[in-house]
Design a protein around this ligand. Structure first.
Ligand code: FAD
Ligand code: FES
Length: 259
Protein backbone atom coordinates (compact mmCIF):
# COMPACT_ATOMS: atom_id res chain seq x y z
CA UNK A 1 0.00 0.00 0.00
CA UNK A 2 1.20 3.46 -0.86
CA UNK A 3 0.25 6.68 0.91
CA UNK A 4 -1.28 9.42 -1.18
CA UNK A 5 -2.02 12.92 0.06
CA UNK A 6 -5.47 14.24 -0.80
CA UNK A 7 -5.10 17.47 -2.80
CA UNK A 8 -8.84 17.98 -3.18
CA UNK A 9 -12.05 16.05 -2.78
CA UNK A 10 -14.82 18.17 -4.20
CA UNK A 11 -18.46 17.68 -5.00
CA UNK A 12 -19.12 17.80 -8.74
CA UNK A 13 -22.89 17.37 -8.95
CA UNK A 14 -25.48 14.88 -7.77
CA UNK A 15 -23.66 12.27 -5.70
CA UNK A 16 -20.43 12.64 -7.69
CA UNK A 17 -17.09 13.71 -6.25
CA UNK A 18 -13.71 14.39 -7.77
CA UNK A 19 -10.75 13.23 -5.73
CA UNK A 20 -7.24 14.46 -6.46
CA UNK A 21 -4.42 12.33 -5.05
CA UNK A 22 -0.93 13.81 -4.95
CA UNK A 23 1.61 11.21 -5.97
CA UNK A 24 5.06 10.82 -7.41
CA UNK A 25 4.98 11.70 -11.13
CA UNK A 26 6.79 8.51 -12.16
CA UNK A 27 4.32 6.43 -10.19
CA UNK A 28 1.43 8.24 -11.90
CA UNK A 29 3.02 7.46 -15.27
CA UNK A 30 2.81 3.75 -14.49
CA UNK A 31 -1.02 3.95 -14.76
CA UNK A 32 -2.52 3.42 -18.20
CA UNK A 33 -6.07 4.34 -19.27
CA UNK A 34 -8.53 1.66 -18.25
CA UNK A 35 -6.53 0.55 -15.23
CA UNK A 36 -7.71 1.13 -11.72
CA UNK A 37 -6.54 1.55 -8.16
CA UNK A 38 -7.93 0.44 -4.83
CA UNK A 39 -8.35 2.93 -2.03
CA UNK A 40 -8.33 1.93 1.60
CA UNK A 41 -10.93 4.31 2.88
CA UNK A 42 -10.76 3.80 6.61
CA UNK A 43 -7.81 3.04 8.82
CA UNK A 44 -10.29 1.46 11.28
CA UNK A 45 -10.76 -1.40 8.80
CA UNK A 46 -14.43 -0.52 8.37
CA UNK A 47 -15.04 -0.94 5.54
CA UNK A 48 -12.37 -3.61 5.56
CA UNK A 49 -11.83 -4.06 1.86
CA UNK A 50 -10.28 -1.24 -0.17
CA UNK A 51 -12.67 0.02 -2.87
CA UNK A 52 -11.75 -0.02 -6.58
CA UNK A 53 -11.87 3.11 -8.75
CA UNK A 54 -10.76 3.65 -12.28
CA UNK A 55 -8.31 6.43 -13.17
CA UNK A 56 -10.38 9.37 -14.34
CA UNK A 57 -7.55 11.70 -15.36
CA UNK A 58 -4.06 12.88 -14.57
CA UNK A 59 -3.27 16.47 -13.71
CA UNK A 60 0.50 17.09 -13.29
CA UNK A 61 1.36 15.36 -10.02
CA UNK A 62 -2.21 14.37 -9.27
CA UNK A 63 -4.18 11.29 -10.08
CA UNK A 64 -7.89 12.04 -10.35
CA UNK A 65 -10.71 9.72 -9.35
CA UNK A 66 -14.32 10.51 -10.20
CA UNK A 67 -16.65 8.61 -7.92
CA UNK A 68 -20.28 8.32 -7.04
CA UNK A 69 -21.39 7.91 -3.46
CA UNK A 70 -23.34 4.63 -3.28
CA UNK A 71 -22.64 3.11 0.15
CA UNK A 72 -20.61 3.24 3.31
CA UNK A 73 -17.15 3.33 1.74
CA UNK A 74 -17.84 6.07 -0.78
CA UNK A 75 -19.78 8.03 1.83
CA UNK A 76 -16.72 7.98 4.12
CA UNK A 77 -14.50 8.85 1.16
CA UNK A 78 -16.58 11.92 0.40
CA UNK A 79 -15.80 13.24 3.91
CA UNK A 80 -12.01 13.03 3.49
CA UNK A 81 -10.43 16.49 3.59
CA UNK A 82 -7.50 17.96 1.64
CA UNK A 83 -4.24 17.23 3.44
CA UNK A 84 -5.40 13.87 4.76
CA UNK A 85 -3.74 10.70 3.54
CA UNK A 86 -5.26 7.64 1.90
CA UNK A 87 -3.64 4.30 1.24
CA UNK A 88 -3.81 3.07 -2.30
CA UNK A 89 -2.82 0.01 -4.33
CA UNK A 90 -2.24 0.19 -8.08
CA UNK A 91 -2.00 0.18 -10.96
CA UNK A 92 -4.37 -2.80 -11.19
CA UNK A 93 -5.98 -4.56 -14.12
CA UNK A 94 -5.35 -4.28 -17.81
CA UNK A 95 -5.52 -1.04 -19.80
CA UNK A 96 -8.19 -0.46 -22.43
CA UNK A 97 -7.41 -2.46 -25.57
CA UNK A 98 -5.78 -0.49 -28.34
CA UNK A 99 -8.55 0.32 -30.81
CA UNK A 100 -7.31 1.12 -34.30
CA UNK A 101 -10.74 1.27 -35.97
CA UNK A 102 -13.19 4.17 -35.72
CA UNK A 103 -15.14 3.77 -32.50
CA UNK A 104 -17.91 5.13 -30.34
CA UNK A 105 -17.93 5.43 -26.57
CA UNK A 106 -21.12 4.91 -24.61
CA UNK A 107 -21.14 5.71 -20.90
CA UNK A 108 -23.83 5.65 -18.27
CA UNK A 109 -23.50 7.30 -14.85
CA UNK A 110 -20.16 6.64 -13.15
CA UNK A 111 -19.21 4.66 -16.27
CA UNK A 112 -17.93 7.91 -17.78
CA UNK A 113 -15.07 8.13 -15.25
CA UNK A 114 -12.38 6.06 -16.98
CA UNK A 115 -12.80 7.60 -20.43
CA UNK A 116 -11.27 10.88 -19.29
CA UNK A 117 -7.79 9.40 -19.02
CA UNK A 118 -8.31 7.59 -22.33
CA UNK A 119 -8.96 10.94 -24.04
CA UNK A 120 -5.88 12.41 -22.38
CA UNK A 121 -3.62 9.66 -23.71
CA UNK A 122 -5.06 8.36 -26.98
CA UNK A 123 -4.00 9.11 -30.53
CA UNK A 124 -7.24 7.63 -31.85
CA UNK A 125 -10.12 9.71 -30.54
CA UNK A 126 -13.62 8.24 -30.57
CA UNK A 127 -15.99 9.53 -33.27
CA UNK A 128 -18.52 10.43 -30.60
CA UNK A 129 -19.14 9.98 -26.90
CA UNK A 130 -22.66 9.15 -25.75
CA UNK A 131 -22.99 10.05 -22.09
CA UNK A 132 -26.18 9.49 -20.14
CA UNK A 133 -27.34 10.13 -16.60
CA UNK A 134 -30.62 10.32 -14.74
CA UNK A 135 -30.67 14.12 -14.44
CA UNK A 136 -28.75 17.22 -15.54
CA UNK A 137 -26.92 17.51 -12.22
CA UNK A 138 -25.56 13.97 -12.60
CA UNK A 139 -23.91 14.83 -15.91
CA UNK A 140 -20.55 15.76 -14.47
CA UNK A 141 -17.20 17.11 -15.70
CA UNK A 142 -18.69 18.22 -19.02
CA UNK A 143 -16.13 21.03 -19.48
CA UNK A 144 -13.35 18.45 -19.12
CA UNK A 145 -14.77 16.11 -21.78
CA UNK A 146 -15.69 18.95 -24.13
CA UNK A 147 -12.14 20.26 -24.36
CA UNK A 148 -11.02 17.26 -26.45
CA UNK A 149 -13.25 18.34 -29.32
CA UNK A 150 -14.99 14.98 -29.59
CA UNK A 151 -18.76 15.37 -30.11
CA UNK A 152 -20.41 14.72 -26.76
CA UNK A 153 -23.99 13.49 -27.03
CA UNK A 154 -25.63 14.14 -23.69
CA UNK A 155 -28.72 12.28 -22.58
CA UNK A 156 -30.81 12.50 -19.42
CA UNK A 157 -33.57 10.15 -18.39
CA UNK A 158 -35.79 13.02 -17.21
CA UNK A 159 -34.97 15.26 -20.18
CA UNK A 160 -33.52 18.00 -17.94
CA UNK A 161 -30.52 18.33 -20.28
CA UNK A 162 -29.56 17.08 -23.72
CA UNK A 163 -31.70 14.41 -25.31
CA UNK A 164 -34.41 12.75 -23.25
CA UNK A 165 -34.34 9.01 -22.70
CA UNK A 166 -31.75 6.32 -22.18
CA UNK A 167 -28.27 6.75 -23.56
CA UNK A 168 -28.58 3.40 -25.33
CA UNK A 169 -31.73 4.57 -27.16
CA UNK A 170 -29.86 7.60 -28.47
CA UNK A 171 -26.90 5.43 -29.45
CA UNK A 172 -29.22 3.12 -31.34
CA UNK A 173 -30.85 6.06 -33.17
CA UNK A 174 -27.37 7.10 -34.26
CA UNK A 175 -26.54 3.61 -35.48
CA UNK A 176 -29.82 3.39 -37.37
CA UNK A 177 -28.80 6.53 -39.21
CA UNK A 178 -27.13 5.29 -42.36
CA UNK A 179 -24.51 8.04 -42.38
CA UNK A 180 -22.72 6.76 -39.32
CA UNK A 181 -22.82 3.10 -40.33
CA UNK A 182 -19.42 1.56 -40.87
CA UNK A 183 -18.66 -2.12 -40.88
CA UNK A 184 -15.44 -1.60 -38.94
CA UNK A 185 -17.05 0.49 -36.19
CA UNK A 186 -16.15 -0.54 -32.65
CA UNK A 187 -18.10 0.18 -29.49
CA UNK A 188 -16.55 0.78 -26.07
CA UNK A 189 -19.05 0.98 -23.22
CA UNK A 190 -19.19 1.28 -19.46
CA UNK A 191 -22.21 1.64 -17.24
CA UNK A 192 -24.70 -0.11 -14.99
CA UNK A 193 -25.79 -3.69 -15.77
CA UNK A 194 -29.09 -2.72 -17.46
CA UNK A 195 -27.24 -0.40 -19.79
CA UNK A 196 -24.70 -3.10 -20.63
CA UNK A 197 -27.51 -5.54 -21.41
CA UNK A 198 -28.94 -3.04 -23.92
CA UNK A 199 -25.49 -2.48 -25.38
CA UNK A 200 -25.18 -6.22 -25.97
CA UNK A 201 -28.46 -6.24 -27.90
CA UNK A 202 -27.42 -3.23 -29.96
CA UNK A 203 -24.02 -4.75 -30.67
CA UNK A 204 -25.65 -7.96 -31.85
CA UNK A 205 -28.19 -6.18 -34.05
CA UNK A 206 -25.58 -3.94 -35.67
CA UNK A 207 -22.82 -6.55 -35.60
CA UNK A 208 -20.38 -4.29 -33.81
CA UNK A 209 -17.19 -5.44 -32.22
CA UNK A 210 -17.79 -4.35 -28.64
CA UNK A 211 -15.68 -3.93 -25.55
CA UNK A 212 -17.43 -3.65 -22.21
CA UNK A 213 -15.93 -2.36 -19.00
CA UNK A 214 -17.34 -4.66 -16.34
CA UNK A 215 -17.72 -4.40 -12.58
CA UNK A 216 -17.90 -7.09 -9.96
CA UNK A 217 -17.26 -7.12 -6.25
CA UNK A 218 -13.49 -7.15 -5.77
CA UNK A 219 -11.65 -8.47 -2.75
CA UNK A 220 -7.89 -8.90 -3.18
CA UNK A 221 -7.65 -7.10 -6.51
CA UNK A 222 -4.54 -9.04 -7.46
CA UNK A 223 -5.74 -12.40 -8.81
CA UNK A 224 -5.24 -14.25 -5.53
CA UNK A 225 -8.70 -14.80 -4.03
CA UNK A 226 -10.47 -15.81 -7.31
CA UNK A 227 -13.49 -13.84 -6.16
CA UNK A 228 -14.06 -11.71 -9.26
CA UNK A 229 -14.83 -14.36 -11.85
CA UNK A 230 -15.95 -13.46 -15.36
CA UNK A 231 -17.44 -16.58 -17.02
CA UNK A 232 -16.25 -17.14 -20.57
CA UNK A 233 -18.23 -18.50 -23.53
CA UNK A 234 -15.49 -21.00 -24.31
CA UNK A 235 -15.74 -22.30 -20.74
CA UNK A 236 -13.68 -21.43 -17.71
CA UNK A 237 -13.20 -17.99 -16.24
CA UNK A 238 -11.25 -14.81 -16.43
CA UNK A 239 -10.70 -12.64 -13.38
CA UNK A 240 -11.81 -9.05 -13.53
CA UNK A 241 -9.00 -7.69 -11.40
CA UNK A 242 -6.17 -9.10 -13.52
CA UNK A 243 -7.74 -9.78 -16.95
CA UNK A 244 -10.18 -6.83 -16.97
CA UNK A 245 -12.02 -4.70 -16.26
CA UNK A 246 -12.45 -4.35 -20.05
CA UNK A 247 -13.53 -7.45 -21.96
CA UNK A 248 -14.38 -8.22 -25.55
CA UNK A 249 -18.13 -8.80 -25.32
CA UNK A 250 -18.02 -11.83 -27.62
CA UNK A 251 -15.80 -13.70 -25.19
CA UNK A 252 -17.93 -13.35 -22.06
CA UNK A 253 -20.80 -15.63 -21.10
CA UNK A 254 -23.21 -12.86 -20.10
CA UNK A 255 -26.03 -15.23 -19.24
CA UNK A 256 -23.90 -16.54 -16.38
CA UNK A 257 -22.33 -13.14 -15.63
CA UNK A 258 -25.68 -11.41 -15.07
CA UNK A 259 -27.31 -14.34 -13.24
C1 FAD B 1 -12.62 -2.02 -11.54
C2 FAD B 1 -13.65 -1.10 -10.95
C3 FAD B 1 -13.54 0.27 -11.16
C4 FAD B 1 -14.49 1.14 -10.61
N1 FAD B 1 -14.36 2.48 -10.86
C5 FAD B 1 -15.26 3.33 -10.35
C6 FAD B 1 -15.16 4.74 -10.58
O1 FAD B 1 -14.23 5.21 -11.26
N2 FAD B 1 -16.09 5.56 -10.04
C7 FAD B 1 -17.13 5.06 -9.29
O2 FAD B 1 -17.96 5.85 -8.83
N3 FAD B 1 -17.25 3.75 -9.03
C8 FAD B 1 -16.34 2.88 -9.53
N4 FAD B 1 -16.46 1.53 -9.26
C9 FAD B 1 -17.52 1.08 -8.35
C10 FAD B 1 -17.05 1.34 -6.93
O3 FAD B 1 -15.93 0.52 -6.64
C11 FAD B 1 -18.18 1.00 -5.94
O4 FAD B 1 -19.23 1.91 -6.14
C12 FAD B 1 -17.68 1.14 -4.50
O5 FAD B 1 -16.76 0.10 -4.23
C13 FAD B 1 -18.84 1.06 -3.55
O6 FAD B 1 -18.34 1.08 -2.24
P1 FAD B 1 -19.27 1.51 -1.02
O7 FAD B 1 -18.61 1.04 0.21
O8 FAD B 1 -19.62 2.95 -1.10
O9 FAD B 1 -20.61 0.75 -1.30
P2 FAD B 1 -21.04 -0.66 -0.69
O10 FAD B 1 -21.63 -0.36 0.66
O11 FAD B 1 -19.96 -1.66 -0.83
O12 FAD B 1 -22.18 -0.99 -1.71
C14 FAD B 1 -23.29 -0.09 -1.88
C15 FAD B 1 -24.13 -0.60 -3.03
O13 FAD B 1 -23.36 -0.59 -4.25
C16 FAD B 1 -23.27 -1.88 -4.78
N5 FAD B 1 -21.92 -2.07 -5.28
C17 FAD B 1 -20.76 -1.98 -4.59
N6 FAD B 1 -19.71 -2.22 -5.35
C18 FAD B 1 -20.20 -2.48 -6.58
C19 FAD B 1 -19.62 -2.82 -7.81
N7 FAD B 1 -18.32 -2.95 -8.00
N8 FAD B 1 -20.44 -3.05 -8.85
C20 FAD B 1 -21.76 -2.94 -8.73
N9 FAD B 1 -22.37 -2.61 -7.58
C21 FAD B 1 -21.60 -2.39 -6.53
C22 FAD B 1 -23.55 -2.85 -3.64
O14 FAD B 1 -24.09 -4.06 -4.09
C23 FAD B 1 -24.56 -2.06 -2.84
O15 FAD B 1 -25.83 -2.17 -3.37
C24 FAD B 1 -15.54 0.63 -9.82
C25 FAD B 1 -15.64 -0.74 -9.60
C26 FAD B 1 -14.71 -1.60 -10.17
C27 FAD B 1 -14.84 -3.07 -9.94
S1 FES C 1 -10.48 -9.75 -6.50
FE1 FES C 1 -9.30 -11.45 -5.84
S2 FES C 1 -8.92 -12.50 -7.68
FE2 FES C 1 -9.90 -10.69 -8.35
Amino acid sequence: MLKAKVAFNQKEGGEYYLLGLKLDKNFIKSFLPGQFLKIRISLNFDPLIPRPFTIHAVEKDKLLVLYRVVGKGTQLLSKILPGEELEIIGPLGKPFPEIKEPYLICAGGAGIAGFGYLLQKTNNFPLKIFYGAKTKEELVRLFFYEKFGVPLILVTEDGSYGKKGLVTQVLEEELNNKKSKASSLVLLACGPPLMLKSILEIAKKHQLKTFLVLETFLACGTGFCKGCVIPLKKGGYSYLCVDGPTFLADEVDFEKFFS
